[in-house]
Write a protein that binds this ligand. Structure first.
Ligand code: PAF
Length: 294
């Protein structure tokens, strides 16, 4: 299959690198990383050990394949611009999958891409860009794919097989919105705290104070999800959040990585989006407001 990964940061490179072993993959990303991949290949260490020689481009204009699948892994605030730039590559047959953090990416993609071409995706893998050409897979996670309409389709089943064949453990869902909320509740509970306290994910379970704040945020985000008719419980979400912390204990969350690089964070698409929904009808006062606008 022809696969283009738009946003070859840590997660994009991990997925693109693994998929490139059996597919024709092009990674699109920023210069130093792309130049290193062109020169010496992409090396993945940590939970996955491999070096792959995958096609990499620093501009979408240099991509000359028609992708069967376009995977979006740019930061949520870059989604609209990235998809606009990729517009000419998208045909009626292209499946567009967002594997980004945040609640608002599908809305942004929908402005440019026909909704029929979009599939939902979430992942809880942890990865860090160590230096150009080298990423560390710091935490094993799960990947979930599904139709936005919740139908059980063969294209989802085929992509689930494709990901699994590449060594990316993936399952399908017939309730994508619920999975997206679960992922976002987890992100809202882990990412801002690790970014504020400059700690690895695992420290959130070692420090009782931080664990308590993490649980509080998780509770507040879950209350908003329930108000949006998502069938989740606080107990379930607290357990799932702890599980992701345990699985990605050695990871520096994507938000902490943004703070370390002094770049914008995805707080608006994660806690900001939840806050907006929670505040919509002034139903909730205690959404993680003090972590918003980090
Ligand atoms: O944003 C991240 O860093 C990841 O989504 C996760 C799962 C929280 C692991 O660090």
């Amino acid at each position: 299959m022809n696969i283009v990964v738009l946003g070859a940061g840590a997660i994009g490179s991990l997925f693109g690198g693994l998929l490139s072993q059996k597919n024709n993959v092009v990674l699109v990303g920023r210069t130093p990383h792309i130049t290193a991949i062109k020169t010496s290949g992409l090396t993945i260490t940590g939970k996955t050990l491999t070096t792959v020689h995958v096609t990499a481009e620093d501009s979408i204009d240099n991509v000359h394949i028609q992708p069967d699948v376009l995977i979006i892994t740019v930061k949520s605030y870059d989604t609209e611009e990235a998809i606009q730039m990729a517009k000419s590559l998208i045909t009626k047959k292209t499946i567009v999958i967002s594997l980004q953090n945040g609640l608002d990416n599908i809305e942004k993609i929908k402005k440019t891409v026909d909704i029929k071409n979009i599939l939902g995706g979430v992942t809880t893998h942890g990865a860090v860009l160590v230096k150009p050409g080298l990423i560390r897979h710091t935490g094993l996670g799960q990947t979930i794919l599904g139709e936005l309409t919740d139908e059980n389709t063969t294209r989802v089943a085929e992509l689930v097989s494709l990901f699994n064949e590449a060594g990316i453990e993936t399952i399908k869902t017939t309730n994508f919105l619920r999975e997206l909320w679960i992922k976002t509740i987890i992100n809202s509970s882990i990412n801002p705290l690790t970014a504020l306290f400059f700690c690895k994910n695992g420290y959130l379970l070692e420090n009782p104070l931080l664990m308590n704040v993490m649980n509080q945020i998780c509770k507040e985000s879950t209350v908003v999800a329930i108000s949006e008719k998502i069938t989740v419980t606080y107990e379930e979400m607290a357990e799932k959040t702890k599980e992701v912390v345990r699985m990605t204990a050695e990871n520096y969350s994507s938000m902490l990585q943004s703070v370390q690089r002094e770049t914008k964070t995805e707080i608006d698409s994660i806690n900001g989006a939840i806050l907006q929904m929670g505040g919509k009808e002034k139903r909730f006062l205690f959404v993680p407001i003090y972590l918003y606008k980090l």
